[in-house]
Ligand binder design. Sequence first.
Ligand SMILES: O=C(O)CCC(=O)C(=O)O
Length: 285
Amino acid sequence: MIPRFQPKSDPAELAVAFARDGLLIVEDAVPAADCDALSARSHALIDAWDPEEGRTVFSTTSPKHAADAYFRDSCDKIRVFLEDGAVDEDGALAVDRHRAVNKLGHAMHDLDPVFERVSRGPVLAGLAAAVGLRDPKLVQSMVIWKPPAIGGAVVPHQDATFLVTDPPSVVGFWLALEDADESNGCLLAIPGGHRGPLRQTFLDRNGVLTMDTLDDTPFNTAAFQPLPARKGTVVVLHGLLPHGSAANTSDRSRMAYTLHVVAGSARWHPGNWIRRRADDPFRGF
Ligand SMILES: O=C(O)CCC(=O)C(=O)O
């Protein structure tokens, strides 16, 4: 049984559970009103989006997006990525734009005041301290949209694959903006799986973002457990923890906000896909 915590839980207990499980489920971490404000901002960003800017499909099963400048240049912007099933053969939207989105990324935490307020608020900062992040730097944010019926799966992965530091230090903060359960594609993770090796890195090799295998130990697929989460729950994910989510086959959306934070004391790999300008460095909480 995976324990459930509250934001006021004893930080020492949180640290013990995080070291053991590689994850923390913290219920009632963010007020419903803040979740609604983030959802409303997300929909407003979609209303304001001009599809002519770019119609890149984002898929974790077939990562063709990695070759697109629209993706590569999104680390310090707010951009819209679409679901595979949402565009027709000519790249035009086949469904309503609010049901077409795979995700928004990747710098809402720096660029949008509503996202910045929640991202840099005391709850996430306190959880980062409890799990031992030293000199935390906020490097990436996403709204994972999971629209009803076409929201795609997120294949099992370790976040340290995509945000490479030496030593590995990334911690993910996943916030349920809506209730998530097995029917609409809640998170899946292997408790304790963070004690296994880092399997892959996704780094720039001569200008091409490339997945390199470091260790071919497969994830123990039978060990994945669903992590149902009520709106306002934060799931803290160790960077080596295998996790993902199933497709949303329900008629309810499953919107979540994720924020990835690394230790400023660890070396940031220069080949990471995220490259911030020298005059716009990563900032902390
Ligand atoms: O929201 C999801 O379904 C998966 C999110 C995830 O894997 C991540 O943020 O690293």
